[in-house]
Design a protein around this ligand. Structure first.
Ligand code: FES
Length: 94
């Protein structure tokens, strides 16, 4: 199964295999999502989900805790942790 992941900041849509991490794609296409630890710890990769939140993987306990530490609103995920399971649109946090 494939999923379409769109990066709203650069207007690029990529078709990826289900289960691909956002971080794996955003780096390749040059989207403006930044990274630090890649281990759900630093919160640098906080990413706004414009649409398709229901098509993303469940949050791990680590991700939930990191999102809470950064007071992230419900429409944010960590790009280093989130797997794309269906079509979604994301953009770097504002
Ligand atoms: S890169 Fe550190 S939490 Fe994602």
């Amino acid at each position: 199964m494939k999923a379409k992941l769109t990066f709203a900041d650069i207007g690029v849509t990529v078709t990826v295999p289900q289960g691909t991490r956002i971080i794996e794609v955003s780096e390749k296409v040059g989207a403006g999502i930044e990274y630090g630890c890649r281990e759900s710890d630093c919160g640098t990769c906080l990413t706004e989900v414009v649409s398709g939140m229901e098509h993303l993987s469940e949050k791990s306990t680590f991700e939930t805790n990191t999102l809470a530490q950064h007071k992230a609103p419900p429409n944010m995920r960590l790009a280093c942790q989130t797997l794309v399971l269906g079509d979604a649109v994301v953009k770097p946090r504002g």
